[in-house]
Design a protein around this ligand. Structure first.
Ligand code: DP6
Length: 402
């Protein structure tokens, strides 16, 4: 741990990934502890494309806990931030009183400065809270010498954040206990398990900010009988099937369950009163496109899933990526020269057959999709060893670039 003894400044920087659920979490049974009404399962995306980086510093000279997010100081008294800070400090105190060695007692009695940035635009509407809270909890745990099951802590920042504590394929087991100790994330398979699986994030140009997940799911729990049916009777069986599909690398089963579960989640949104609409015309066109593409090949080659916004996340296998990206470019022609339309892992251009274009049979729509991020499954949080990557300077304040 880098430590400037003169100024007694302890500093650690870590990064954490985004995850995209294929069996969705929607609805809490406890708002404060963030306990869900059903289990869920997600794929952790690769940090080369999408990640949060967080630096935590602690020093005797700090007057108060402070946090800067994407260059702006935010209110540290926010309950979810307080829950994470309180829980990590509690675990650190417990370790110390249990007589565990190397617990940094300085981290316990001193205030912390936290600085966090995303390597993707917040405006893209990609769920950044999962990576954000996972990174916060992971970094705090490193500063304060806490080990063990940390997903129960990041869960209290944002439910989906517990799944970003692991790489690859991750389930969030809903648990039964009132104190939430058994509501935690578990890796189903590591990211190396299915190297052919690829992910395309289609960033839809949206004008409006949709209803946030926290308030959206609260209204759903209060008003949707479909959500209750989903949580009690549908998801338990789907979790089993999904875990099996992942174990067996059965793309057809994985893809069909992913699409059905996304559709059912959005059906519960429509069943919410008043209804919530996360999908827009572009989202629905992507849904149609995927079904027409699969029907043309008489094979489920591509799957879509949508969270609390209009962006589509596509799961497919390596061998289909070039053609499918070309289909997206054909139906959603890039606004400018197309140079920045595709970000992330390189995808070579290809030519589409007339037969395929006809089978899809949809008119191109300009400006529907702003850009595509091409990525794959990736590892969980990690410590950034290079001190030049700290986001806070030796004065404990954000560096210019942060
Ligand atoms: C649609 O984790 O953002 O993305 O627990 O209130 O912070 P809070 O909600 P959040 O909800 C995510 C909902 C979802 C589905 C999913 O990721 O499983």
């Amino acid at each position: 741990m880098p430590e400037d003894r003169g100024k007694k400044l302890t500093m650690v920087t870590c990064s954490a990934p985004v995850n995209i659920a294929v069996i969705k979490y929607w609805g809490k049974r406890d708002e404060e502890l963030i306990l869900p009404i059903n289990s869920s399962l997600s794929v952790t995306l690769h940090q080369d494309q999408l990640k949060t980086t967080t630096t935590v510093a602690c020093s005797r000279s700090f007057q108060e806990d402070r946090i800067w997010l994407n260059g702006k100081e935010e209110d540290i008294t926010q309950p979810r931030l307080q829950s994470c800070l309180r829980e990590i400090r509690r675990l650190a105190r417990k370790r110390r009183s249990d007589g565990e060695a190397d617990v940094d007692t300085a981290g316990l009695s001193h205030k912390v400065h936290i600085c966090s940035v995303n390597n993707f635009p917040t405006a893209a509407g990609l769920a950044s809270s999962a990576a954000g809270y996972a990174c916060l909890v992971y970094t705090l745990s490193r500063v304060m010498g806490v080990e063990g099951e940390l997903s129960v802590v990041s869960r209290q920042g944002s439910g989906s954040a517990c799944r970003s504590m692991y790489g690859g394929f991750v389930q969030w087991i809903m648990g039964q206990q009132g104190d939430g100790k058994d509501s935690l994330a578990q890796q189903v398979e590591p990211e190396t398990h299915w190297p052919e699986l690829r992910v395309l994030v289609l960033v839809v140009s949206a004008e409006r900010k949709p209803v946030g997940s926290t308030s959206g799911m609260q209204t759903s729990v209060e008003t949707s009988s479909l959500l209750k049916h989903r949580a009690d009777s549908v998801v338990p069986a789907r979790m089993k099937e999904m875990i099996e599909a992942v174990h067996k690398r059965d793309f057809t089963a994985f893809a069909e369950l992913t699409m059905k579960d996304s559709n059912q989640f959005h059906a519960t949104c429509l069943d919410t009163y008043p209804p919530i609409f996360y999908l827009n015309d572009v989202s629905r066109r992507v849904i149609n496109l995927v079904h027409r593409y699969n029907r043309h090949y008489r094979e489920t080659k591509v799957a879509y899933t949508f969270d609390a916004g209009p962006n589509a996340v596509i799961y497919t296998l390596q061998q289909n990526v070039e053609e499918f990206v070309q289909v997206v470019k054909h139906l959603f022609p890039p606004e400018t020269n197309g140079g920045q339309f595709l970000k992330g892992l390189p995808v070579a251009p290809t030519t589409l057959s007339e037969e395929l274009k006809q089978a899809i049979g949809m008119e191109p729509m300009v400006k529907g999709i702003s850009y595509i991020i091409s990525t794959k499954a990736g590892p969980g949080p990690r410590v950034v060893e290079d001190p030049s990557e700290h986001l806070l300077g030796s004065d404990g304040l954000p560096k210019e670039s942060a």
